[in-house]
Design a protein around this ligand. Structure first.
Ligand code: FMN
Length: 404
């Protein structure tokens, strides 16, 4: 196997995969994946929080066998990681959503299907493995609820409602690149595409020659529009009206595991617990929405205080190294999710690239565990952490939170 045909094999960390993705993708697509919002403070803060926390290793503990398997909702994970929902994967690689799902399945970790994916949910679900369905509701809620029912029927074990996108984020680079909804062609992005022939042939023309330009695949046929068109009435995502009442309704009607993604406030964490969620994802959307939002690692202790050990708390936003995952677990997270890391791999080598990204993270987690004297996930504890995250959010004690 030459490294020419599998260019991801000579990327030795996520940052190198990112650089290869930058070369491979048109600027508009790369920036859509990679960048944050406004002044990109959240993007930097997410990283800074991980960099600030240091580890205090334990030594002389025979770390010749490292076991990073763990349990989530009573089912084993091969490592404490899952792939988070990312819409637009088909703009990065022709069958991007399926490639991500396959790589997750092969790696023995869950895959979260995005509401915004342009691949029909049936095709992604057919891959099998452990899948979660992420919901952004359309304005026409009946359509959304029908899709949620379909996700359940197709075997998704969890429904994940994303709650951190109450309005359109101000991603100025997307406007400049013509990369909005609808996608607009301008001189700048046409030149951009023409100067990236591998993407032009391997992604854009392949779409044009098969199913046409990517569309919202899970809408009824008559409501589907191309990425270059405005959504039809009722078929735009409408999250500004989402409320706890709707969460309650969804919770009641979903028979599987129910999670909320995008919690950073202990007060919301407390409310979520009261509404009967099975798990929370501390997330700020990878720093892509509210630019002045708290870093997720800094928010984690407050959320954990609010929910105690009653439900698993997962975290994402900013994870690029195995050491980040170990830090999050040491502070009390059950598992972490990655959004961009697998997408960088996807851009470079499709499914093989995603697998490369996951294997890099897996080996980094194992190495950090060995250095820290942790032979299994249970041994990754709070004592490992030097330099507590900056949690200045008022803490909500569990007793106050749920009245016991
Ligand atoms: C290109 C892209 C598309 C995304 N699309 C969605 C989405 O459709 N639904 C969702 O809940 N989150 C979405 N997210 C957020 C991710 O699920 C995740 O929270 C975030 O990427 C984690 O941060 P990280 O990229 O630093 O790992 C998206 C992120 C990216 C980078």
């Amino acid at each position: 196997m030459s490294s020419e045909s599998f260019p991801t094999f000579d990327a030795f960390n996520i940052a190198e995969l990112r650089e290869r993705a930058r070369a491979r993708l048109p600027r508009g697509v790369f920036e859509y994946v990679d960048r944050g919002t406004e002044d990109e403070l959240a993007l930097a803060n997410n990283r800074a929080a991980y960099d600030r926390v240091k580890l205090v290793p334990r030594v002389l503990r025979d770390v010749s066998r490292i076991d990073q398997t763990t349990q989530l909702f009573g089912t084993p994970l091969s490592m404490p990681l899952a792939i988070g929902a990312t819409g637009g994967a088909a703009l990065i690689w022709y069958d991007g959503d399926v490639a991500l799902a396959r790589a997750a399945k092969d790696a023995g970790i869950p895959f979260m299907i995005s509401s915004a994916s342009t691949t029909p949910i049936e095709q992604i679900a057919a891959v099998g493995g452990r899948q979660w369905f992420q919901l952004y509701p359309w304005e026409n809620r009946a359509l959304s609820y029908a899709l949620v029912d379909k996700a359940y029927a197709l075997g998704c074990e969890a429904l994940v409602v994303t709650v951190d996108t109450a309005t359109q984020p101000n991603r100025e680079y997307n406007f400049r690149n013509g990369f909005g909804i609808p996608l607009r062609f301008n001189r700048r992005n046409v030149v951009d595409v023409l100067t990236h022939p591998r993407w032009l042939w391997g992604v854009l023309l392949k779409h044009l020659m098969t199913t046409g330009l990517p569309r919202q695949a899970n809408l009824p046929e008559e409501l589907r529009t191309k990425v270059t068109q405005n959504p039809q009435i009722g078929a735009a995502f409408r999250c500004d009206t989402l409320s706890w009442e709707e969460i309650r309704l969804l919770r009641r009607s979903w028979r599987g595991i129910f999670m909320i993604k995008g919690i950073v406030s202990p007060l919301d964490a407390r409310q979520a617990l009261e509404e009967g969620v099975d798990g929370l994802i501390v997330s700020n959307h990878g720093g892509r929405n509210l630019d002045s939002v708290v870093a997720t690692l800094d928010a984690l202790p407050g959320v954990l205080d609010a929910v105690g050990d009653r439900i698993p708390v997962l975290i994402d936003s900013g994870i690029r190294r195995g050491s980040d995952v170990v830090k999050a677990l040491a502070l009390g997270a059950t598992a972490a999710l990655v959004g961009r890391a697998p997408l960088y791999g996807l851009a470079v080598g499709g499914q093989a690239g995603v697998t490369r990204a996951l294997e890099l993270l897996r080996s980094e987690i194992a190495r950090v565990m060995a250095f820290c004297g942790c032979r299994n996930i249970g041994e990754i504890t709070r004592e490992l952490v030097h330099g507590a995250p900056r949690c200045e959010i008022p803490r909500v004690e569990l007793a106050d939170a749920i009245g016991d």
